[in-house]
Ligand binder design. Structure first.
Ligand code: ADP
Ligand code: ZN
Ligand code: ZN
Length: 821
């Protein structure tokens, strides 16, 4: 008999907590079930049972579990094990993972804010219990409260089980944002009270509404909506659509129900468009694609992970589709990960046509209700499904994964920066797949150096696709020397004559143009306006960042600071200035250079809402806008037909970004954005504006030479001991008091150095050295590949614990970023 349960709480605590199972409990308890437990002073949390045992904990008074929320676990094997892996690998608590993994609706706690759903109606067949009534009564006095406040207001305790019931009925929501996206789960439907073929009855019905004009309109609207005339049968119609169509009030409908002509009833609907779509055909593969497809299957026999390195527009998506089909046919599930921004109607429509209602989409902009619904869908059946989702979809309760696809695997948005868990979805997905005995396919035209390295080392399989579909050629890349153009005074704003001419021709021929301006153009840097000289750190191979507040230059890596030179050390002119031009400036230039040409701009500012991004893409696809200006957002897997010119406004800022990955990123971005040119026609060109056309990187971009870039970067990584030759861990320390922070950071770093020696760098002031009134210091740890990471992590924990002897350390916030990007 198990008397105790170890549970995980949604808190950043590094251990499990043990609670007593009430002696009189009849229900069986199993790992993965949710229970309500008290914690701290008068706080309740939804905890998840990790394991059951009979070992009485020593040294403290064991509290009892208050209630059980689920008859069946809300987690599936191996989810808990996956959480533990993430916590262990990324050096955070399982509670942090729990918080990130479960939708809010599934993890109620004392701090949860509850909002009354004013549209809620009590169902006739499933009446509210007394406790539910009491809660709703309390909420109706003040429709928005935290659970804790609600307890005071209602005078009731242990509200979480009751709240869970109310949440399921959708009588309450757990946050404002959720209410904004609310769509009901049930809808009222209307049908006629007689059989479809009964013409006499229909004639009789018309007789009965003859004297009532509005009722007649309602009846006609019904017949129209239910397609009675075409189909000759009477289907059901939703109440809402009937009222909308007829323009008649609900009282009229009520009267017709009284008369016995119509009947109404509630029906469960899905919040997702799963209206049984016919599952369509998947295009047959070209010969080259077919070969790649077979190579992938062969590679899976020997490798858990395979990289599909296929140039842009080679038809990777089509190959994925065939692989997906195969796995679904075998009765297993597929997870298809995409970067946030790629999740547009373009891709979902394509997949919807192929896989119909087997497709489940998981978007970060979904409301919590929607998330809970997807969660429950996957929890309650194990049918073969394709889940197309963003980073966090790795946490869904998959029953049996057969394949994981990570599209655009090089995308940095797969890494979560804040808050913990700071995981990389690609790498975590590989682990998840292996726990399911599934294979992982990484796809991209521009692999991350780490990934390509693994493929080259034989750790991953490698399949290459070097030609575009239909033998369309890769776009021609034309470098233009901005420095020279500037010297000759031929620039118009940010545009070279070459780019302007190409754009003019394209627009005249009815084609479209994409202009790419790196977002990091906003990162403040300093350059010589005359000769484009950029200051670099003396100790590190990176450009310096400009800090406005101190009016000085800083190196991100060693923290060394420099004065801004008065005259340029390269050309001797007093022309040093802060640079950075954004997409807005470009838009102004366009208005001047191409008056009247419809333009849209896509960047963080213009795409805040759920639909704005899609709208911009859609308008551009349909040709409403002729020029699209954007940041890296436009580089992501979009497929347009009529783009013949792509302009890269400045390659320099990307290349000079102070980061050891700058060149890799710059290549990826330029290659990807070039990939948007000439996908369907042969004459795509890319105008690449740079002040250094002869630099190796620019030459590699011109030649579409990924290998060349890879080899050169790899040599540098080796020389400077960066990944993939080392593993990085950043340790962040935060505190309100900067002086104290600095002192403690130095002490901490010294302690780390005693163990790790020169592998420890810092403490450093990160470029954003204060966030939310907390000052930040960063320590970098560079470990050789051979080092045992579990040992390293153990030492990190040990060092931290030792520091805690000093009380002041307890007020310090410390966290890790493993494999930072
Ligand atoms: P990638 O993902 O490699 O950039 P896509 O899968 O988007 O490439 O394919 C590029 C274009 O070529 C798309 O419009 C796609 O519909 C088309 N295409 C690719 N393969 C096929 C095929 N086998 N049959 C028909 N169209 C294809
Ligand atoms: Zn430096
Ligand atoms: Zn100069």
């Amino acid at each position: 008999m198990n008397r105790f349960a170890d549970v995980v709480l949604p808190l950043p605590l590094y251990k499990y907590f043990t609670y007593r199972i009430p002696a009189d409990w009849q229900q069986p308890l199993s790992p993965g079930s949710r229970v309500v437990v008290p914690f701290g002073r008068k706080k309740y949390y939804t905890a998840i049972v990790v394991r059951l045992h009979d070992v009485t904990p020593q040294g403290y008074e064991v509290k009892e579990i208050l209630s059980l929320l689920d008859e069946r676990p809300v987690l599936r094997r191996p989810q808990l094990q996956f959480w533990e892996w993430i916590a262990d690998y990324y050096l955070c608590s399982v509670g942090d993972v729990y918080k990130a993994a479960l939708p809010s609706g599934l993890k109620l706690e004392s701090e949860t804010t509850v909002t009354l759903n004013t549209e809620f109606e009590e169902p006739d067949d499933d009446r509210l219990k007394e406790r539910e009534w009491m809660l709703l009564a309390a909420l109706s006095k003040k429709p928005r409260m935290t659970v804790q406040e609600l307890e005071k207001e209602s005078g009731m305790h242990n509200l979480l089980p009751t709240l869970r019931l109310l949440l399921e009925r959708e009588a309450v929501f757990v946050s404002e944002q959720i209410k904004a996206h609310y769509r009901p789960k049930t809808e009222t439907y209307v049908r006629l009270t007689f059989a479809p073929g009964d013409e006499a009855a229909l004639r009789h019905a018309f007789e009965r509404v003859k004297q009532a004009k509005k009722q007649e309109v309602m009846l006609l609207s019904f017949l129209d909506l239910s397609h009675f005339m075409q189909l000759g049968k009477l289907c059901e119609v939703s109440r809402k659509s009937l009222l909308d169509r007829s323009g008649v009030s609900s009282a009229v409908l009520g009267a017709m129900v009284e008369k016995g002509l119509f009947e109404t009833y509630k029906k469960e609907i899905s919040r997702f468009d799963t209206a049984t779509l016919p599952v369509g055909e998947i295009a047959s593969l070209s010969e080259l694609q077919q070969t790649a497809y077979r190579q992938i299957l062969d590679s899976f026999k020997e490798h858990a992970v395979t990289l599909l390195h296929g140039v842009t527009s080679s038809g990777k998506t089509e190959i994925y589709a065939h692989l997906i089909q195969r796995v679904l046919d075998g009765g297993r599930q597929v997870l298809y990960l995409v970067p946030e921004i790629a999740l547009t109607t373009q891709l979902t429509n394509r997949l919807r046509k192929m896989f119909g209602d087997k497709l489940v989409i998981y978007h970060s902009k979904f409301s919590d209700n929607e998330r809970v619904e997807i969660w429950n869908t996957l929890l309650n059946d194990r049918s073969p499904r394709l889940v197309l989702g963003v980073r966090s979809s790795i946490f869904l309760p998959f029953a049996d994964l057969g394949l994981v696809i990570v599209d655009e695997e090089h995308e940095t948005s797969y890494k979560q920066y804040d808050p913990a868990p700071r995981y990389h979805a690609r790498n975590a997905a590989i682990m998840l797949a292996s726990m399911h005995g599934a294979k992982t396919l990484l796809g991209t035209a521009t692999p991350a150096i780490e990934t390509y390295f693994n493929a080259r080392q034989g750790k991953y399989g490698l399949v290459e696709l070097k030609h575009r579909f239909n033998d369309v050629e890769l776009p021609q890349i034309i470098p233009v020397d901005v420095k020279e153009m500037r010297r000759k005074n031929r620039m118009q704003g940010n545009f070279t004559p070459e780019l302007i001419n190409r754009m003019q021709t394209a627009l005249q021929e009815g084609e479209q143009v994409i202009l790419f301006q790196n977002r990091r153009g906003f990162a403040p840097m300093v350059e010589c306006k005359q000769c484009a000289w950029v200051p670099k750190c003396e100790h590190c191979d990176v450009s310096l960042t400009y800090h406005k507040r101190y009016n000085q230059l800083t190196c991100h890596y060693c923290g060394y600071t420099y004065e801004i030179p008065k005259v340029c050390p390269a050309c001797g002119q007093p022309t040093i200035g802060v640079m950075g031009f954004g997409t807005e400036r470009i838009e102004e230039d366009i208005a001047r250079l191409f008056p009247g040409v419809p333009v849209s701009r896509m960047d963080l500012d213009t795409t805040r809402s759920r639909n704005a991004y899609e709208q911009i893409i859609d308008d551009f696809s349909k040709g409403k806008n002729k020029i699209l200006i954007g940041t890296q957002m436009i580089t992501k897997g979009l497929d347009f037909d009529r783009v013949s010119v792509v302009g890269i406004l400045s390659a320099d800022q990307m290349m000079n970004f102070p980061d050891f990955r700058a060149h890799e990123r710059a290549f990826q971005m330029m290659e990807q954005v070039s990939g948007r040119a000439g996908r369907k026609n042969r004459n795509g060109v890319v105008v690449l504006q740079t002040s250094d056309p002869s630099s190796p990187l620019i030459q590699q971009v011109i030649a579409h030479d990924y290998e060349g870039m890879y080899n050169r970067q790899l040599a540098e990584r080796k020389a400077f001991s960066y990944p993939p030759y080392t593993r990085l861990i950043y340790v962040y320390l935060k505190h309100r008091d900067e002086t104290l922070l600095q002192e403690l950071a130095v002490r901490y770093t010294t302690a780390l150095r005693e163990v790790f020696g020169a592998r420890v760098l810092g403490p450093d002031n990160p470029p954003v050295a204060r966030i939310q009134s907390l000052y930040i210091r960063k320590v970098m740890l560079k470990m050789e590949l051979a080092a045992s990471m579990s040992r390293v992590k153990e030492i990190l924990r040990q060092v931290y614990e030792n520091m805690l002897v000093d009380d002041r350390f307890k007020s310090l916030l410390l966290y890790y970023d493993v494999d930072p990007l």
